[in-house]
Design a protein around this ligand. Structure first.
Ligand code: AMP
Ligand code: MG
Length: 489
C-alpha cells in the first residue's frame, strides 16, 4: 500500500506590498523564538479558506510560525508605525506587541495581512514587554469569530499558540501569540502618523497605497471618493455593531481600520440587558466609548482621518476644508440609514414606511425601561413566541405589538414571512460575557479547550436557531452584577 505524500509546507504565499513602501512606514523586526510553543486553537475552516494545510500548520515547523519563533518562507516581518488618539490624546504608537509577517494571497486571490500579536518587543514597544497573555488572545479569537458569524466585517483569528513562557501583569500569566488575519492593518492612526511625522508626501504615498488595496475601483488620485468610501464603511460597520449590541470599548483612532473591519478586541463585550449607556471597560471611567456613544465617536475619529487628507483634497485650503466637512457631515445620515435598514430587518419589515423609525425606537425604549435582554428580545419576537418577563407582560408592549402586527399586514402569511426575515436578522446566540469567561477559565486554568471550541462552533452560524444555541441564550444571573472588561493585557 502506498501512502499519499504528507504535505510539509503550510501553503503560505506571501507578497509583501507593505514592506515595499518607504521605510518611514515601518521597522523591520527580527523574531523572538519562544521556549515551548503549543497550539491552543486552530481555526481549521479559516485555514482551509486561505489555502493553508492543517496538518502542516500543526507540525513543529508550522507551530514555530504561529508562535512567532520562525518566519515562513516569503515573509518579511515588520512592525507598522502608527499614531493614535487614545481617549482623545494623540500619541505615537506603532506595533508594540505585534508584527506583520506579510500579505498572504488566498486561493481566490484575496490579499490578507498575517499578523502575529504578542510576538515580542519591537522598536514601538515603549515600556511594554511586547507579549500577550493567553486569556485575552483566546478572547479575541472567540469574539472576532463570533463577529464574523454575525456577518460583521472583522479581522479574523487563525490560531492561538501558547508560548510556554510567563507574562507578568498583576499576576503571572501564561503567554500566547494570536495569528490575526485582516484585509489590512492600516488605521486612522497610520494616516495620523503619516501626516504628523511626515507630511503631505507621506500621506499621499499612504493614500495611494491604501486605495489600491481597499478601493481599487477608484480612479488614482480621487482622494475625495476615497474619503467618502471610508466614511461609508464606518457608517455601515458601526450600524452593524449597534444592531447586535456590540460595545467595542476602546475606539481610539489607532483601533479604527480604514478597510472597515472591526479591529482590536480588547475590552469589548455584548449587551445583555438593554441599557444604551453601557460601558464594560474598566479604564473607560467617563463612558467615552459607551454603546450609545459609538456613532458619535466614529464620526470624531473620521474627522481626525479627514484632517490628514486635507492637503490632498484641494490645493486651496478653504476648498479642501469645505470638501472635508461635507464628507464628514454625511456620516450621521449614512449611519441612520444603515441602522434603520437593519432595524427594519430585525422587525421583519420587508418594505419602508415613515413610521418604522418610531416603531423601532419605541420598542427600544420599552426594552430599556424593563431592562429586557437585547438579543433575546429580538430572538423571541423572531420565533413568534409570546415571551415571558416584565417587557412582554407589560401593557405598553401589548400596545406596541398591535402596532407591529398592523404594520406588517396582519395576515398569517405576512407574519410568517416577517418571522423568516427576523430569524435571518436576529441572532439566536451571541458571545455572552459569562459564556466567554467560562470558556476562558476552562482553557487557561484547566487546559480544557472543549468549552471554547463548542462555544465558537455554536456561534459560527448564529442565525440557525438550533437547540444548542437556545442553551447559550440564557443571560447571566442578575447577581453577577455588571460585567467588567480589562485591556492592555
Ligand atoms: P491597544 O490598546 O491594544 O490598541 O494598544 C495600544 C498600543 O499599545 C499599541 O501601540 C500596542 O502595540 C501597544 N501595546 C499594548 N500592549 C503592549 C505590550 N504588552 N507591549 C508593548 N506594547 C504594547
Ligand atoms: Mg490597538
Amino acid at each position: 500500500m502506498t501512502h499519499s505524500a504528507i504535505t510539509t509546507t503550510a501553503g503560505w504565499r506571501f507578497d509583501n506590498s507593505y514592506s515595499r513602501l518607504p521605510s518611514f512606514f515601518y521597522s523591520k523586526v527580527s523574531l523572538h523564538p519562544v521556549s515551548a510553543p503549543k497550539l491552543a486553537v486552530l481555526n481549521v475552516r479559516l485555514a482551509a479558506s486561505l489555502g493553508l494545510n492543517e496538518e502542516a500548520l500543526r507540525s513543529e515547523a508550522g507551530l514555530a510560525v504561529l508562535a512567532g519563533s520562525a518566519a515562513p518562507e516569503g515573509a518579511d516581518p515588520l512592525a507598522q508605525a502608527y499614531a493614535g488618539h487614545q481617549f482623545g490624546h494623540l500619541t505615537m504608537l506603532g506595533d508594540g506587541r505585534a508584527l506583520l509577517l506579510g500579505e498572504h494571497i488566498a486561493p481566490k486571490g484575496d490579499r490578507v495581512d498575517i499578523q502575529l500579536k504578542g510576538s515580542g518587543r519591537t522598536p514601538y514597544s515603549r515600556g511594554g514587554d511586547g507579549r500577550a497573555a493567553l486569556g485575552p488572545m483566546l478572547r479575541e479569537y472567540i469574539v472576532s469569530e463570533a463577529m464574523h458569524g454575525l456577518g460583521i466585517p472583522t479581522t479574523r483569528s487563525l490560531a492561538v499558540a501558547a508560548t510556554g513562557e510567563p507574562v507578568f501583569r498583576e499576576d503571572e500569566l501564561p503567554g500566547a501569540v494570536l495569528t490575526r488575519v485582516a484585509a489590512s492593518h492600516i488605521r486612522v492612526g497610520t494616516f495620523q502618523y503619516a501626516a504628523g511625522a511626515g507630511g503631505a508626501d507621506q500621506v499621499r504615498t499612504l493614500a495611494d497605497y491604501t486605495m489600491q488595496r481597499h478601493d481599487p475601483e477608484l480612479e488614482a488620485g480621487d482622494y475625495l471618493s476615497f474619503l467618502q468610501a471610508v466614511v461609508r464603511r464606518q457608517a455601515f460597520l458601526i450600524a452593524k455593531w449597534q444592531l447586535v449590541g456590540f460595545v467595542h470599548g476602546v475606539m481610539n483612532t489607532d483601533n479604527m481600520a480604514i478597510g472597515g473591519e472591526t479591529i482590536d478586541y480588547g475590552p469589548c463585550a455584548f449587551l445583555d440587558a438593554y441599557d444604551p449607556s453601557t460601558v464594560f471597560s474598566s479604564i473607560d471611567a467617563h463612558g467615552r466609548y459607551a454603546y450609545n456613544q459609538q456613532p458619535r465617536i466614529a464620526a470624531w475619529n473620521l474627522a481626525r482621518f479627514t484632517e490628514t487628507l486635507l492637503p490632498l483634497l484641494d490645493e486651496d485650503e478653504e476648498r479642501a476644508v469645505a470638501l472635508a466637512e461635507e464628507s464628514i457631515a454625511a456620516f450621521p445620515a449614512l449611519f441612520e440609514a444603515a441602522w434603520l435598514a437593519g432595524m427594519r430587518a430585525k422587525l421583519g419589515l420587508q418594505d419602508e414606511a415613515p413610521e418604522d423609525e418610531a416603531l423601532a425606537q419605541d420598542l427600544l425604549a420599552l426594552m430599556e425601561t424593563h431592562r429586557a435582554d437585547f438579543t433575546n428580545t429580538f430572538a423571541t419576537l423572531s420565533s413568534g413566541a409570546v415571551g415571558e418577563g416584565p417587557l412582554f407582560e407589560s401593557e405598553a408592549f401589548a400596545g406596541w405589538l398591535v402596532r407591529w402586527k398592523a404594520r406588517i399586514g396582519g395576515s398569517d402569511d405576512a407574519e410568517a414571512a416577517a418571522h423568516g426575515l427576523m430569524r435571518r436578522s436576529n441572532p439566536a446566540a451571541i458571545a455572552r460575557n459569562h459564556r466567554v469567561e467560562e470558556a476562558l477559565a476552562a482553557a487557561v486554568e484547566g487546559d480544557d479547550y472543549g468549552v471554547l471550541n463548542r462555544l465558537v462552533e455554536t456561534l459560527r452560524d448564529p442565525y440557525a436557531y438550533t437547540s444548542e444555541q437556545a442553551e447559550y441564550a440564557a443571560p447571566p444571573d442578575p447577581s453577577c452584577g455588571r460585567y467588567r472588561t480589562f485591556c492592555g493585557t
